[in-house]
Design a protein around this ligand. Structure first.
Ligand SMILES: NC(=O)c1ccc[n+]([C@@H]2O[C@H](COP(=O)([O-])OP(=O)(O)OC[C@H]3O[C@@H](n4cnc5c(N)ncnc54)[C@H](OP(=O)(O)O)[C@@H]3O)[C@@H](O)[C@H]2O)c1
Length: 299
């Protein structure tokens, strides 16, 4: 099949490209950077250099594809840009994708969405995923779409390193002994590669997760990996978390969205729809990620 991949050689798109090429598909990978062309070609794929902000480029690149994989990427540092409007930025990219799909005539889409995309209420920053899914759902009915909803990525835990080093603890506005799901980009790539090859049928939602662990279990596993077996996960009030993020330079809309998102983890509100549609867990476990975490911690 001819498959076009957005997300360059990112955490998901690189292993996805490798698997699809290995399975014999003709893969085109979109990157903003001309210097990535040789790395993309080294994987056996074709490079298309352009951006998600350019609907004409997207339409030209999607034309003739049997399947396109869509994800929305924000530039590094956008969470600290005081003028950044996360909802508007995602609406723009989603609208560009919808326009490009109409213009190119592509009929099969796999979209990287997220946990929390089932609602725009009480899930904080994740409401933009609900909005993006709704923009894509307005495409004509003969465009089949698989909405892939991974849970929180393990790599988000790398943000814990700062408070572990500064305060000797993981510090968040949620915590405790209730298990929650986590996922590896490698398991996401494998799930997407699998869905690309399976039949498409209207609009479908697929959750993706690798492992389930409570915050206190996360602290124990990461703590052991970095030689601090007594590492604790400490819970602070929402307001204190918000003030800390704003003091650290976060865009206020993003900071409020992240605090509300984390608050919705308490009592499992965020995970309601996930638990009704629970996937088979992937291969990469928290203990595997803990080795990567320890390497980053010791760097
Ligand atoms: N973190 C979580 O817990 C979580 C949970 C659920 C869903 N998600 C979703 O997962 C996504 C991240 O996936 P990932 O880790 O695979 O991505 P990633 O590694 O951050 O890679 C995205 C790549 O896209 C390219 N890119 C960035 N801006 C672009 C633009 N404007 N136009 C064209 N290409 C652009 C960049 O490569 P070049 O520099 O080569 O262009 C970048 O390396 C998030 O955006 C979010 O929507 C995240």
């Amino acid at each position: 099949m001819k498959i076009t991949i957005t997300g360059s050689l990112g955490h998901i798109s690189k292993p996805l490209t490798m698997e699809l090429v290995q399975k014999g598909h003709a893969v085109t990978v979109i990157s903003r950077k001309p210097e990535k062309q040789k790395d993309i070609e080294a994987l056996g794929a074709k490079a298309a250099i352009g951006t998600m902000e350019d609907p004409d480029f997207l339409a030209a690149t999607f034309r003739g594809a049997d399947v396109v994989y869509l994800m929305e990427a924000m530039g590094a540092g956008s969470f600290f840009d005081q003028n950044f409007d996360i909802m508007a930025a995602h609406t723009k990219i989603a609208s560009n994708y919808a326009q490009a799909i109409r213009q190119s005539g592509v009929k099969r889409v796999v979209h990287l969405s997220s946990i929390g995309a089932h609602t725009d209420k009480g899930n904080g920053i994740l409401a933009f995923h609900y909005n993006v899914e709704n923009i894509l759902k307005q495409l004509p009915n003969d465009v089949a779409i698989k909405f892939m909803r991974p849970v929180g990525f393990y790599y988000n835990m790398l943000a814990f390193i700062q408070t572990i080093k500064a305060q000797g603890a993981i510090v968040q506005n949620y915590g405790g002994d209730e298990k929650e799901p986590w996922v590896s980009p490698l398991d996401i790539a494998a799930a997407i590669a699998g869905e690309i090859e399976k039949p498409f049928n209207g609009r479908e939602v697929h959750y993706i997760a690798s492992d389930e662990a409570s915050p206190n279990e996360v602290a124990k596993i990461l703590g052991e990996a970095i030689g601090k077996p007594d590492l604790k996960w400490s819970v602070i009030p929402d307001g204190q978390s918000l003030n800390g993020m704003i003091a650290a330079g976060f865009n206020p809309q993003v900071a409020e969205g992240l605090v509300e998102m984390n608050a919705s983890r308490r009592g499992g509100v965020l995970y309601e729809d996930y638990y009704h549609n629970k996937p088979v867990l992937g291969k990469i476990k928290l203990k595997d990620f803990a080795k990567e975490f320890a390497a980053a911690f010791n760097q």
